[in-house]
Design a protein around this ligand. Structure first.
Ligand SMILES: [Zn+2]
Length: 464
């Protein structure tokens, strides 16, 4: 899309207003929020179209006021590595609770929206914003869209209030590396209508399902989640396992390439093993369900991926890779889902921790003679001297530094501190930041409190 000079001037002026209202007197504002979302959706996979209204209730729990709010639509990033113009998740209008139309600005190819409130949101006040949105669902390139096998994957299609922390609003463009998400845990109520031939998989708890006139209406509630995710398919095979009070629900497109009954059962067993094992290490997974589904095949690449209460696993590879990937994505339920972090600034806090947890889980499983730690060490040594807590776009070798060296750092600490003591530190870290946001500093503080061992050399070697 191109702009005329006049349009560009108006847009620049609007952005200037956004920026100046955010930084009164050159000082960072003390802003924090609680949010909940109510979403009403009509999904028509045949027409490749979804319309929805989303009402975001935002409570200002900080000590300053703001006239501007920022929202992310991460789904617009997840469409593919290259940004596609079609297949946008677009906001058509924004209204406040009194029905006033509000001004808003689409930024970063639809990943960021800036909304100007009619009046300042004062501390302890709340505002209700209703967004009307339209989604033209593209072919699936990686994580978002309709796959060649007919899976409809709509992760993080909704608007999500951007974080505001000591660095101000989190509105930097998302880098190519990594997932780039950063969000508070929030409650979602979702109603979704879909032609009855389709089954839905959602990370929320299903409350009801009713069919009339060929349309099935599903309602879900997802409490304290970092995201809301909906997948649809006509050919889901359903599998189930139970771990403690959690039902692990498998939704697999059995007509998709590489998805076999044997591998579905295998992945479900791996997920059950990992969930039980991590429950014991990091604190019990709190949700009623964990959804496991196949990673639909995109035209670009099809990743194994984690959401809050839902994981996608790439089928068609070696069984052992599927096991390793399932352990990794289940570990993300703690390190991303329950303990949040800024995935742009400190991606090692979710990726390094999940890889480390994967190594522990493989050790506990013990079925293969696979040199997990040795391979991680070789990869980490190739990035010797690099610090693990670098931002996404500064990591020269992203995978090696953030995943491998991150995992090796934690393993080195565990060897120095002692296995049991270190696991107890990790458990304390999870409990303290459960549903919250943690930083590297927060982790090191808990580590230092939990041990008498001298770990200063290790910390200096791996951490900036
Ligand atoms: Zn990961």
């Amino acid at each position: 899309m191109k702009y005329t000079i006049k349009q560009a001037y108006v847009i620049s002026l609007f952005m200037l207003i956004c920026v100046t209202t955010m930084c009164g007197c050159g000082q960072k504002k003390e802003l924090s929020f609680e949010t909940s979302y109510i979403i009403e959706t009509d999904l028509d996979p045949e027409m490749r179209r979804m319309t929805y209204t989303e009402t975001a209730e935002v409570i200002n729990t900080g000590s300053d006021s703001t006239k501007t709010l920022y929202f992310h639509i991460y789904g617009n990033k997840f469409k593919g590595l290259r940004q596609v113009e079609d297949g946008d998740i677009a906001v058509l209008s924004v209204q406040d609770q009194n029905g006033n139309e509000l001004q808003y600005q689409r930024e970063q190819e639809g990943v960021l929206y800036c909304v100007e409130l009619g009046q300042a949101l004062e501390p302890r006040q709340s505002v209700e914003l209703t967004f009307a949105c339209e989604v033209l669902i593209p072919d699936l390139e990686s994580m978002y869209g309709v796959s060649r096998d007919g899976d409809v994957q709509l992760p993080m299609f909704s608007l999500q209030l951007a974080m505001h922390d000591q660095n101000g609003w989190d509105i930097a463009p998302l880098p190519e590396n990594g997932d780039g998400r950063y969000g508070a845990a929030a409650d979602y109520d979702l109603t979704i209508r879909v032609p009855e031939a389709y089954l839905l998989a959602c990370n929320g708890d299903e409350l009801s399902r009713q069919t009339s006139d060929g349309i099935t209406t599903y309602t879900y509630r997802a409490e304290k989640r970092r995201d809301i995710v909906v997948f649809a398919c006509e050919d889901y095979a359903l599998l189930e396992r139970t771990v403690g009070s959690t039902a692990i629900l498998g939704y697999f497109n059995e007509t998709a390439d590489g998805v076999t009954r044997q591998h579905m059962e295998y992945v479900m067993d791996c997920a059950a093993f990992a969930l039980e094992y991590f429950n014991g290490l990091f604190g019990e997974y709190p949700y009623d369900t964990l959804v496991v589904t196949n990673s639909a095949l995109g035209t670009n690449f099809s990743p194994n991926m984690e959401y809050s209460g839902l994981i996608t696993i790439l089928f068609g590879s070696q069984e052992f890779s599927m096991k390793q990937n399932t352990f990794h994505e289940v570990a993300h339920q703690w390190f991303y889902g329950l303990v949040g972090n800024d995935e742009i600034r400190e991606p090692w806090l979710d990726e390094g921790f999940s890889d480390f947890a994967t190594g522990l889980c493989l050790d506990a499983d013990g079925k293969e003679d696979y040199p997990f730690w040795e391979l991680k060490k070789i990869s980490s040594n190739a990035a010797a001297g690099e610090k693990v807590n670098v931002p996404c776009d500064k990591a020269s070798a992203y995978q090696q530094i953030v995943y491998d060296r991150g995992a090796v750092f934690l393993k080195t600490l565990m060897d120095a501190v002692g296995h049991e003591k270190f696991l107890s530190v990790l458990s304390d870290y999870c409990q303290k930041y459960w549903y919250g946001i943690a930083t590297t500093e927060d982790f090191l503080e808990i580590l230092q409190e939990g041990t008498d061992a001298d770990i200063s050399d290790i910390v200096a070697e791996f951490v900036e």
